[in-house]
Design a protein around this ligand. Sequence first.
Ligand code: HEM
Ligand SMILES: *[C@@H]1O[C@H](CO)[C@@H](O)[C@H](O)[C@H]1NC(C)=O
Ligand SMILES: *[C@@H]1O[C@H](CO)[C@@H](O)[C@H](O)[C@H]1NC(C)=O
Ligand SMILES: *[C@@H]1O[C@H](CO)[C@@H](O)[C@H](O)[C@H]1NC(C)=O
Length: 420
Amino acid sequence: MQSLSLILLSASAATAYPWVARQPGVDSSMLSRAQPVKRQDTCPFNANHQPAAPFNSKFPYTGAQNGLPGTQVGGIKVPADGDTAHAFQAPGPNDIRGPCPGLNAAANHNFLARDGVTTFAELVDAQQNLYNVGYDLATLLATLGVALDGDIGTGKLSIGCDATSRTASLGGVLGRQPGLNGHNKFEADTSLTRNDYFLANGDNYSFNGTLFGNMKAVADRVSGGNFDRNALAAYRSQRYDESVQENPNFFFGPLSLLLFGASSFLYELFPSYGPEGVPDLATMKSFFGTSQDSNGNWQAGPEKIPANWFNRRAAYTNNDVTLEILAQYVQYPKLFGGNVGTNNFDALSTPFGIIRDGKLPDDATAGDILCLLYQLATSSVPSSLTTVTNIPLSLINWSAGKLNPNFKNAGCALAPDQTS
Ligand code: HEM
Ligand SMILES: *[C@@H]1O[C@H](CO)[C@@H](O)[C@H](O)[C@H]1NC(C)=O
Ligand SMILES: *[C@@H]1O[C@H](CO)[C@@H](O)[C@H](O)[C@H]1NC(C)=O
Ligand SMILES: *[C@@H]1O[C@H](CO)[C@@H](O)[C@H](O)[C@H]1NC(C)=O
């Protein structure tokens, strides 16, 4: 079966798509999307890599350091008055930025390394200290990021283009590490402000001002200009419909549920004091780094924490984010699957987790969504696939080792790891 051999060629694709290989109802052309992204010709290289600003007891934020849990107590001004180490600085030509405004802003404020080549520990600390993301969610996102797009040996990840020479322990002999721009690993179609991969010739993790304007129009129409849950649910639905109609290679797999999580960050993490604040245009402009030119076009720029900004008081946890994912999804339920041609959508026919016939069941709970995300992060690859190479096995083990401590009581079937 040609589709299966294609999957086997790429260990990383096999890890991300074990279930696609078993899809009888899915056209094999869908599998092309599982291939690693075409590399950019040039990826910025900063020879003078400096790690994120080190922990300073004068400005402790939530006290997170070394990838461990902080206090989970927020309501803290960021950057703190006098904390020059975390002052905004626009990225230079040698610095990497990518599809995630939250991480780009963190790098512009040195909560992550300014050159965009970061580590698992920096990601876990930055999310807690800057945004008061809960330790459990910070770990889940960092695990997904590093496992899907980075290096589990070094724990390093490029927040944008492929920087394998700097993220890999063995210089990339085990395969390319595409960075967060890598498509259909963590990055996916129907993004809020990024083009679909196929529609932009295999490259668009870049900010698209037209899409930002479209998102603003929906916020204006649905929620009086606020980027709240109702507005984001409506806009995500619109983006899905656009992809079905315009993108012959559109793919919307279970991992796309994460995009609803990212949408929730606009109203749960970006406003000052999080959900106590207002998810207004000024806040979005700052975090997306955009401003309107004299022609009314939204231009790309550096992502920045707004002035006089405080992170949310209560940590944003796995439970919180999965409730939001579900709350958005049920407003406009969509099929999981992909296009086999423009406006020609096939639903996934093989069950994955709780997904049946391409749908989440009506009685799906936030806990079910969380277990689905866990399952994706620990990609339970059929043993037939793991014989090709030992990468998937070690990857599962690595992810399980990171996640199992936080998932002990989540009620999910846990993947075995050698440590517990
Ligand atoms: C280790 C942690 C994280 C990783 C690895 C990560 C990675 C990503 C990636 C790959 C995307 C692109 C998804 C797509 O195709 O649309 C994305 C989107 C996004 N992320 Fe993150 N992210 C992380 C944490 C955060 C945090 C803490 C925030 C907010 C404070 C955030 C805000 C967003 C937003 C708003 C988007 C949607 C952008 C758009 O669609 O235009 N992310 N993230
Ligand atoms: C991606 O988008 C950016 C800015 O929106 C644009 O400059 C660039 O040409 C696009 N790349 C491709 C390959 O379409
Ligand atoms: C931005 O998105 C719009 C709407 O999908 C598209 O027509 C346009 O080509 C995109 N711009 C760039 C620079 O990719
Ligand atoms: C699994 O990971 C642990 C560390 O978390 C390591 O000690 C062990 O060797 C790994 N086992 C496999 C099979 O990769």
